[in-house]
Write a protein that binds this ligand. Structure first.
Ligand code: ARG
Length: 463
């Protein structure tokens, strides 16, 4: 199954063309065409630098730079005939440039290799995506802030082990996600700062003998500086791995919020109503309104974390410098990026649209003996009881209420005193859920006063 097509870019030493299977496994144009804009930007910067350093003429550089814009516009308008025989985006662009401008196109690849070219293109792409992801994370934070502000003092059950633990405020719960997402945005920005060194000019692996100016291309492409070691720069995919790692943690956070939305929107909880815009119906059960968007957001982590594992495995054990294995970096990152950006947007929409049900939240908060800890704390504070004893007394009171089928504040004072004489009328002040949350004023606690401070601080940070 061989054919006689020879690659015009490197076919010099080859007597026969490639097997079709070879072409199929080798080509990346099917996916790396997504790097077209970055490839053209990198090549334009390179051409300008080649002219500035006298390696090519100004006239050739100008023809090349104009021609590259024409190639990009053909690609963007869908008029471009991609060729698998030309393997990848780099050679597709260069070949078309040759058709458009002739001889000067052949000078573009001076002092450069596809190894530094792909590292540059891909890093530019990841850098743009990191910026887009951080922006979407912050948009979601703003949506959560609005929810937090609307219900800063709504009382809801706080859970541990998904069992009622202590009352918390809706605002506090929303702000927990604002904090998580703040770390996600921070991780993305940290990764961006670290990746922002230019591989361009590292050439194949060893650098070049041409008098290039790597600072110039780095500056032109928005990098902070050129990467300092050419072997490292052409074989580094840490920037992609860091993006995937930060994405996976972010998607994990989204999955937790998504899971809460699934639970909260169920008929058993009714804590929130999701909008029709972000729900689906059932083809057989007319009453159903399904939280599909939340479920899919919950699931996206699977592919994002999968990409992480896949790329780490590709990179593991690769000797320096470039190996073709590294071509397997792109599809993983593209898929993870698409998944993350979509999940963030879907969550943003769901959170903006959802309506919490303060009545249902409060009713749930008041059940399940959620103020038992407040009762125990009261015994410690007011009756000087050791906490362990107070814990025991409270446990007995919970058992009593449970037997009676009521909640703690529904027990009569006499019934309570039957368990401990230390209890007085004043205990009822702390058994209500509003008092409970209002009392938790420690820094980071659930009291509305504290949560308001956090909301104000985050509003300031997010601008
Ligand atoms: N398509 C290749 C990739 O994505 C570009 C670099 C090819 N370099 C080489 N020496 N064959 O990795």
């Amino acid at each position: 199954m061989s054919d006689t097509r020879q690659n015009a870019m490197w076919g010099g030493r080859f007597a026969s063309g490639q097997d079709a299977i070879m072409e199929a496994i080798n080509a990346s144009i099917g996916f790396d065409r997504r790097l077209a804009a970055q490839d053209v930007a990198g090549s334009r910067a390179h051409a300008a630098m080649l002219a500035a350093t006298g390696i090519i003429t100004d006239a050739d550089a100008e023809v090349i730079r104009e021609g590259l814009l024409k190639v990009l516009s053909e690609i963007e308008s869908g008029d471009f005939a991609f060729s698998t025989a030309l393997e990848d985006i780099h050679m597709n662009v260069e070949a078309r440039l040759g058709e458009l401008v002739g001889e000067p196109a052949g000078r573009l690849h001076t002092a450069r290799s596809r190894n530094d070219q792909v590292a540059t293109d891909f890093k530019l792409w990841v850098r743009d995506t990191v910026d887009a992801a951080a922006e979407r994370v912050e948009s979601l934070q703003r949506a959560l802030l609005e929810q937090a502000e609307a219900g800063v003092d709504w009382v809801m059950p706080g859970f541990t082990h998904l069992q009622t633990a202590q009352p918390v405020t809706w605002g506090h719960h929303m702000m927990a996600y604002v904090e998580m997402l703040g770390r996600d945005a921070g991780r993305l920005r940290d990764a961006r700062a670290r990746m922002n060194e230019s591989p361009l000019g590292c050439a194949a692996l060893a650098g070049t003998g041409f008098p290039i100016d790597r600072d110039m291309t780095a500056r032109e492409l928005g990098f902070d500086r050129p990467a300092a070691n050419s072997l490292d720069a052409v074989s580094d995919r840490d920037f992609a791995l860091e993006f995937l790692a930060a994405s996976a943690i972010c998607a994990m956070h989204l999955s937790r919020l998504a899971e809460e939305l699934v639970i909260w929107s169920s008929a058993q909880f009714r804590f929130v109503k999701l909008s029709d815009r972000f729900s689906t119906g059932s083809s057989i059960m007319p009453q159903k309104k399904n939280p599909d968007a939340a479920e899919l957001v919950r699931a996206k982590l699977g592919r994002i974390f999968g990409a992480n594992v896949a790329l780490m495995t590709v990179m593991k054990g690769l000797p320096l410098a470039y190996s073709k294995d590294m071509q397997e970096d792109k599809e993983q990152v593209f898929d993870a990026a698409d998944s993350l950006l979509l999940a963030l947007s879907a969550m943003d929409g769901m959170v903006r649209d959802m309506t919490a049900e303060p009545e249902a939240l409060r009713a749930a908060a008041a059940s399940g003996f959620s103020t038992a800890t407040d009762l125990a704390d009261w015994l410690v504070r007011e009756a000087g009881m050791p906490f362990r004893e107070a814990h025991h007394v409270t446990g007995a009171l919970v058992a009593k209420a449970e037997k009676k089928g009521c909640d703690l504040p529904d027990l009569a004072l006499d019934e309570m005193r039957g368990v401990s004489q230390a209890i007085t009328e004043g205990v009822f002040d702390v058994l209500g859920v509003e008092n409970s949350v209002a009392s938790r004023v420690s820094y980071g606690g659930t009291a509305p006063a504290r949560v308001r401070e956090q909301i104000a601080a985050w509003k300031e940070r997010l601008g």
